[in-house]
Design a protein around this ligand. Sequence first.
Ligand code: GLC
Length: 701
Amino acid sequence: MKMSKKVESLLKELTLDEKIAMIHGGALFATSGVERLGIPPLVTSDGPMGVRLEFEPNEWKPVGHSDDFITYLPCNSALAATWNRELARESGKVLGEEARGRGKDVILAPGINIKRSPLCGRNFEYFSEDPYLTQELCVPFIQGVQSADVATCVKHFAANNQETDRLTVDVDVEKDVLHEIYLKAFKAAVQEGDSYTIMGAYNKLYGRHCCHSDYLLDDVLRKDWGYDGVVISDWGGVHDTIEAANTSLDIEMSVFSNFDEYIMANPLKEKVQNGEVPESAIDEKVVRILNLMEKLHMLGGERKRGCYNTPAHREAALNVARESVVLLKNENQVLPLDINKLGKVLVVGENADVCHAFGGGSAELKVLYETTPLLGLKSHIGGNNQVIYTPGYCRDLDGVNPVDWRNIESEDVDKNWQESSLEGGGGSTMKEEQVDAMLAQRRVQLREEAVALAKECDTVIYVGGLNHFYDCEGSDRANMKLPYDQDVLIQELLAVKPDMVVVMMAGSQVEMTEWIEQAQAVVWTWYAGTEGGNALAEVLLGDVNPSGKMPDTMYKTHTDCSAHAIGEFKGGEKVTYKEGRFVGYRYNDKFDVAPLFPFGHGLSYTSFAYDDLQVNREQGVISCLVKNTGAVDGAETIQVYRSEPQTKDSLVKELAGFEKVFLKAGEEQKVTIAVENMTEDSNILVGASAGDIRLGIKGNG
Ligand code: GLC
């Protein structure tokens, strides 16, 4: 193995105990160091949207000081919606500096699993259904992070595409599909992005746990891809000492504090001592860890210090959020709103007034502030207009605690509950149907209030969607339906206010078919970080021209997605990806299943014309003219799809290139775009989305 003289000499000095201590958690988020040799612990932290709060070393208890507030970046899906490689680099740089500033060595990010289903609870932490878009954005993101002397840990390797039974589910997928769809971005992450570490996934693949899969870690990662970085298990992803020892897993982490009992702790030490496992297997792991520490300048030398929670980082987060907003529909030019003609404004919808940062599972963040849509709108509109807010719906009983809840069975409802409060044990648990009845009643009341207010307002903005009760690690949704009776509410509001602006805030697709025809203006936003509300307000008020494009197919319902239509997406022992390569739009194209909005869809307040497509097959590039034909400056992402001669198993097309260009009103630019894997036979399609092809040239095939 390659190693410096310093690493070589350290290895010679290390005892077996010390080596073992370096390859498993010695704290919840860190390994043990070897102080006598100047080897520090390797300190990690979540997550993809910011550096997680500080926990006590050995228990899931926040330290609780004021020094771990950080910048909350837009989620990876939001970043993907920008289609902007430079913003991805900038976002990564911010995350890296924040992690360094907080004294971390490894940030457990980015999440680059393919969004195989709209129901996966962790989609918000991932980029896209498309492997090319994922690779093109995660590579600069990784390079940005690592420019701050912090290692990324791309996750979760591999085929971790559902939360249902995530610790045990055994994924079966054809090998060529595995590489073409599910491993493609990981390969780019390690070969082009040079991610210093990678995280093994919880699930199994072909019957072996990913964290000690000889196929994934040895055959693919080390032999085929030549990866010499560090493999870190997901927290609790290691189950077999011999497999772990004999594959190139380097560090075992878990959620328990009995660190010496970890699979790669005392159990492994015993197997080395009794000769079952050669010490050389441990040495290989230790060398990779020491090589990582050298890359991060942890063993001496000048190391970047980073910084966190800074105005510059918040500005960067705002820029990403601005470009992540997607204008899905805009009839009759409802948007942008004219700030001088707003009149009385109603903002309705719980998501206008909710902070999401501290949710979602391991991606949770402790932020100094999170600008909600309501705050963003009111701070941009200012004091000349009355802006009122009403929730319109509620996720639960407004803080009413079922245990203390009044007993609704008492005949005399006017009687003060306290008088009978000592009867029958003095307390009861509300029955499920009582909660449901209470909630239904509450929602009718909120809906009626909202509709009444909408009738007396001039401008109505609805902000709904999901939250981290639904977009959350550890669970998948049952369907794409909007929760909390939002569909009824939106329809009733549109009935009195047809030009109501509908904003959906979520980390994965939702059903919109019940009201999408009625709605004239529909905007999609994400868990878009500490400045998300400001970015949304700037777009709605026209200060920013939206340029986001959906990184996923907006299905009408989840059964229009191949994972549910022809594949398996379920719990239990095994899940087979029967849909093969037909994931996302690949399926909808091939099987002619019309989406609500196509992959790559996103409108602008201006318009763009495409012309003069040229294909240079030798150089593997195309060029075309793009003109801003509208009255306002704007940005357009020109997408290039490649299609091969049609066979039963061939794709209709797949994304193979894109460039985002900023054009002033009336400006025309020649855009040159590299096209991946273009051959003489490739048909080239160029457009504004997978469903809006503007230009094309046939191949020779
Ligand atoms: C979690 C997640 C992983 C996270 C790790 C540490 O279970 O799967 O993404 O980085 O454990 O919190």
